[in-house]
Design a protein around this ligand. Structure first.
Ligand SMILES: [Fe+2]
Length: 362
């Protein structure tokens, strides 16, 4: 990104965080801060504790536990909590959602002429954030394990041609710093060459840095994670060691045959990361003494070439879905959001019917 785009993006993510912190700190148990009837849910009967709220400040995806009783699920579903649909709160982030180069990046990575909304969230990390263990995402799907799910429950190594035919999800992560490389999916993703720069200029330390295993996506395996280790993140070295002992053991790169590696990738501020469904990744702890990490993710789906079906837009807030259905948005937005409501396009899938599909997202 050009310096001016970086500046605007950083300002937008800071504004998202400011708004999010404001909403988190509000009293949700009255109608003063949140118009619950407009969200079609009862006013919460439970309240987040001061400690739970404090944990959520300065970052994203740390407001826990979410439930119907405390209003968390409704706030996420509707994107009223800014971190879960930042583009609905900060104009610049709606601009980047539809930026021609962003859409082209999705098309390139998915190898499709048409792309559709997946999700878009803040990935900000507060100082001292423990990071995220190794994990992978499927096609951000409905969990039923059929072909449309692009193998979410399927641990077979897929034929590369079959992989390319399946409908995948592309994830673009934009960071204030510590960002990494673009996976060139359409043309040479099977070999993964030139994914990393020869000289990672802009080396800035590992705080909040993303890690990835090139080639792991071809296994179509959402078990590419360290969840068996328990709920606590145990640190980069042990995370990697556990991955090598575990999921990576006996798994060569499906195309090159070379051993796959855990890689910490670092690039200059303003870089974008892009990876496709099932790529194993994790996030380093964020330094306790630093400024934290500003980041957001933008997911897009491509159609399954065999069926033409696209995953349902998993996290488009109902208000935006309604606007797209009524064609009240610009044409490009109506089309990009069409998988949130067009069940012919999605093969009958409707993400709003499946709360489980909202759980394992960035
Ligand atoms: Fe992830």
């Amino acid at each position: 990104m050009a310096p001016e785009a970086q500046r605007q993006w950083v300002a937008a993510l800071q504004e998202t965080q400011r708004l999010n912190d404001q909403v988190v700190q509000a009293d949700w148990t009255t109608g003063d801060a949140i118009d619950w009837p407009a969200l079609r849910v009862p006013t919460p009967t439970e309240e987040f504790t001061p400690e739970e709220k404090a944990m959520a400040l300065g970052g994203a995806q740390r407001l826990r536990p979410m439930s119907d009783d405390n209003g968390g699920w409704a706030m996420r579903l509707h994107g009223t909590l800014p971190e879960y649909f930042p583009s609905g709160h900060v104009g610049y982030l709606m601009f980047v959602l539809f930026h021609p180069q962003m859409l082209e990046l999705h098309r390139l990575c998915l190898g499709r002429d048409e792309v559709f909304f997946g999700t878009s969230q803040s990935n900000a990390k507060a100082a001292g954030d423990p990071g995220a263990r190794w994990h992978s995402h499927g096609g951000l799907c409905d969990g039923s394990g059929d072909a449309l799910n692009t193998g979410i429950n399927d641990r077979r190594l897929r034929d590369p041609d079959e992989y390319m035919a399946a409908g995948h999800c592309n994830l673009v992560l934009a960071c204030q710093s510590h960002a990494s490389a673009t996976f060139p999916v359409r043309h040479n993703h099977l070999a993964d060459e030139s994914c990393l720069p020869a000289d990672p200029a802009g080396f800035e330390g590992s705080s909040g840095c993303i890690n990835i295993i090139r080639g792991s996506h071809l296994y179509c395996d959402t078990a590419a994670d360290n969840s068996a280790l328990g709920i606590d993140y145990v640190g980069p070295e042990e995370e990697n060691a556990a991955m090598r002992r575990g999921w990576l053991s006996g798994k060569p790169h499906p195309v090159t045959g070379a051993p796959m590696e855990c890689e910490e990738v670092r690039l200059p501020p303003g870089s974008l990361v892009a990876c496709v469904s099932h790529a194993a990744h994790r996030v380093n702890p964020t330094a306790a003494a630093g400024p934290g990490r500003l980041a957001m993710s933008l997911f897009a789906h491509g159609a399954d070439a065999r069926t033409g079906h696209v995953q349902a837009g998993a996290s488009l807030p109902p208000l935006w879905t309604l606007r797209a259905m009524r064609r009240e948005l610009p044409e490009a937005a109506c089309e990009f959001f069409r998988n949130a409501h067009d069940r012919e396009l999605t093969g009958g899938r409707d993400a709003t019917q499946d709360p489980e599909s909202r759980v394992k997202l960035h």
